[in-house]
Each structure stands twice: as structure tokens, then as C-alpha cells.
Design a binder for this molecule. Structure first.
Ligand code: GRF
Length: 200
């Protein structure tokens, strides 16, 4: 059974998609061993609690010192015997020490067609507003491996989403989010089977 730690900061709809996918048998051979939130108010924590998944808040409030915060994150990942890390709406930059320790076993979901509209400052509604401001007719979502950069790791899956006339950042966000849920489950499935059959 492969252990997945999901890192969150917000509503947790991507976490919920993974929970539902695992409980629904769409992601065999894996379980969510930990939910770690960078935000004590994240609704994602309620979702974890409802499904009996051990959760921990690791943020500047509880760990003001950066090195202690990194140590606490590593400890939580190891406590959960983590094989795969999923960043699902996680708004912090992962410490380099963790990226190195879990190289090729960390994935992130981003609400655009990387390499467009990604990197520092491109998150949440800002992504969709930039897509609209640029007059794009197509947007989408991407799951990529996490490396030392921001949204720069190799793409695992991406799927296009149409931009419709009259779209607002909210309406486009909702349409892209549905696609995020879909491709995140597919990407986790691929990683789980790769890691279960002897790694990347
Ligand atoms: C999503 O748009 C995701 O792409 C971004 O964070 C947003 C919220 O995700 N990374 P969730 O509902 O907290 O999973």
C-alpha cells in the first residue's frame, strides 16, 4: 500500500477528489496517510477529519523559525511513512531539503497550461484573470513533478479547458477546477503504479 501525504492551504477540493477517488476504488494500492496544512483555517482540515485522516498544521504561526518548520514538515512526512507527496492548493514554497529528499515523488496541480501563466505570483484567481486579460480562448490544468523551481518541474498530465465568451475569473476557475480534480486522480494513479513497480 503506497502512502500519500497531501499538502494543502485552502478549501481542499483537490484533496477531496483524491479521497473520493481512493474510497471509490479509482486509485488502487494507495492511501492518504497524512494531510499537512500551511494554514490553520484551511477547510481541507475539516475534510481530512471527516475521513479520519491524520492532519497537522505546519505554518509560520506554529513554527516561526524556517529551519524548525522544515524539520517539522520532514518529521510529519516520515511519521506517515510517505512515499508520494501531493501539493493540492498548497501555497507555500516547499523547502529545497524536502524537494531533494523526495525527488521525483512530489507532484503539484496548477490551474493553467504550464509553461503559460505559472511561476511566482501566478496562483488562484490571478491565473484565470491573466488568461482572460490575454484574450486566450483556451486554458487548462497541469499536474507536474516538483523540482527546485516554482511550477518548473516536468509535466505529467495537462488538459485543455475552453474559455467561453463572458467568462469571469470565477466562472473560468470553476471550469478549470473540475478538470484539476480529474487529472490529479489520473496523475496519482500513474505515479502510484510507477512507484509500486519499482520507482520512476
Ligand atoms: C486550485 O485552483 C488549485 O489549482 C490551486 O489551489 C486552488 C484551490 O485548490 N493550486 P483546493 O480546492 O484547495 O484543492
Amino acid at each position: 500500500m503506497l502512502n500519500i501525504s497531501v499538502l494543502v492551504s485552502g478549501g481542499g477540493t483537490n484533496l477531496q477528489a483524491l479521497i473520493d477517488g481512493i474510497e471509490g476504488g479509482e486509485i488502487p494500492g494507495a492511501q492518504i496517510c497524512r494531510v499537512i496544512s500551511g494554514n490553520p483555517e484551511a477547510y481541507a482540515l475539516q475534510r481530512a477529519k471527516k475521513h479520519g485522516i491524520p492532519a497537522k498544521v505546519i505554518d509560520k504561526g506554529s513554527f516561526p523559525d524556517k529551519n524548525e518548520r522544515t524539520g517539522a514538515l520532514l518529521e510529519a512526512l516520515k511519521e506517515g511513512k510517505t512515499d508520494l507527496i501531493v501539493l493540492a492548493g498548497y501555497m507555500n514554497v516547499l523547502p529545497q531539503k524536502i524537494v531533494r529528499e523526495y525527488r521525483d515523488r512530489i507532484i503539484n496541480i496548477h490551474p493553467s497550461l504550464i509553461p503559460k501563466y505559472c511561476g511566482m505570483g501566478f496562483y488562484g484567481k490571478r491565473v484565470h484573470q491573466a488568461v482572460l486579460d490575454a484574450g486566450e480562448t483556451v486554458s487548462g490544468a497541469t499536474v507536474h513533478l516538483v523540482d527546485e523551481g516554482v511550477d518548473t518541474g516536468s509535466v505529467i498530465i495537462q488538459k485543455e479547458v475552453p474559455v467561453l465568451p463572458g467568462d469571469t475569473a470565477d466562472s473560468l476557475a470553476g471550469r478549470v477546477l473540475a478538470t484539476e480534480h480529474e487529472i490529479l486522480k489520473e496523475a496519482v494513479n500513474r505515479l502510484v503504479s510507477q512507484l509500486s513497480s519499482g520507482g520512476i
